[in-house]
Design a protein around this ligand. Structure first.
Ligand SMILES: [Zn+2]
Length: 340
């Protein structure tokens, strides 16, 4: 008999196990107990005369197994208790799933998708780009001269002397065509920023799509074909388009594109301010200075257009206040369920 106080030790160990409330503490205390009361038995075993070793070894092993079994039983108990507690925290199987409302796409996503799908079908490459851009991409490479009012800090959010929040997605398309001296079709989209006070029709942040197609010998006919197709895709085959000469620094010639009023069919109504036409987007042939700053030499022409997503959304869905688009009003969102 090598273990004199076996019963006392077993009782002590049982008490210790019962006191533990989680698995980690259980393992730590079990290890301390074994180190103190079991490991030393094996040291003693080594010192015993050869004829006593076998029996003593069996006795120690049996003792070790008895304690280990007690530990395992307690561990299983604690594990399943923890599992129950965890289940209580993580899952409530009684939640009524009938009340989980189905969402809808936001109005901006709907319009974005419509327009992007049209250009995808024309093999345009789609990029979103960074909202923080360089003054070089946003202004310098786009033929916006140093005195242009768009550079005024009252109109633009500057980050430092080189960087700014993009004021149009044209900065992203400019970056995409830079040094690409080949035919290229790019569409960029996303948030743009201007230092405007928010009101019915203005917001300091809004959404744009900008497209650029660089290819030899493109003409105004190509531009009209792309834009007319887009407008019919958005507003239906009945609408007509009208191109008015305009001015943008990065295109020459530049056009404001109008669509015949889809509300009154062109007769005149409050929506079209009695004119029968609604201004939809800006477009034009890329200015030669823009091609030059992009280091495009082998290709002699390009066309471009910029589309305000909020404006299209407001016109198409009859929204009077641009802020309604951002306010997450469920009454508006609920009306969009199922709209594609
Ligand atoms: Zn009208």
């Amino acid at each position: 008999m090598i273990i004199n106080n076996k019963e006392q030790l077993v009782a002590e160990f049982k008490k210790l196990l019962a006191e533990q409330t989680n698995t980690v503490k259980l393992i730590v205390n079990k290890n301390i107990f074994f180190k103190k009361n079991v490991a030393n038995l094996y040291t003693q075993l080594k010192a015993l005369p050869a004829d006593q070793k076998r029996n003593a070894g069996l006795e120690i092993n049996a003792f070790n197994q008895e304690l280990t079994a007690l530990f395992e039983t307690r561990k299983v108990q604690l594990d399943s208790a923890n599992e129950l507690t965890n289940n209580k925290v993580n899952y409530d199987l009684n939640i009524d799933t009938y009340n989980l409302a189905k969402g809808s796409k936001t109005i901006l996503s709907i319009v974005y998708e419509q327009i992007i799908n049209y250009f995808k079908a024309l093999n345009f490459q789609i990029v979103d780009g960074d909202e923080v851009t360089t003054i070089e991409n946003n202004m310098d490479r786009l033929n916006i001269d140093k005195t242009h009012p768009a550079r005024d800090p009252k109109d633009t959010f500057y980050i430092d002397t080189q960087r700014m929040l993009r004021t149009h997605c044209t900065s992203t398309t400019a970056e995409a065509i830079h040094n690409q001296d080949r035919e290229i079709k790019v569409l960029s989209y996303g948030n743009v920023y201007r230092n405007d006070d928010d009101d019915l029709t203005h917001s300091h942040q809004f959404s744009q799509i900008d497209i650029v197609w660089v290819k030899n010998n493109l003409s105004i006919n190509h531009l009209k074909s792309v834009i007319d197709g887009l407008i019919k895709h958005i507003f239906g085959n009945e609408v007509k388009t009208r191109y008015r000469l305009s001015y943008f620094p990065f295109t020459e010639p530049s056009f404001e594109v109008d669509v015949s009023c889809f509300n009154c069919g062109g007769k005149g109504c409050p929506m079209c301010k009695q004119s029968g036409w609604i201004e939809i987007l800006g477009a034009g042939m890329l200015h030669k200075n823009v091609l030059e700053s992009a280091h495009i030499k082998k290709i002699n022409s390009g066309l471009a257009a910029g589309i305000g997503i909020e404006r299209i959304a407001m016109l198409k869905y009859g929204i009077k206040d641009v802020r309604d688009i951002y306010n997450n009003d469920f009454r508006l969102l609920n009306q969009l369920k199922g709209v594609k």
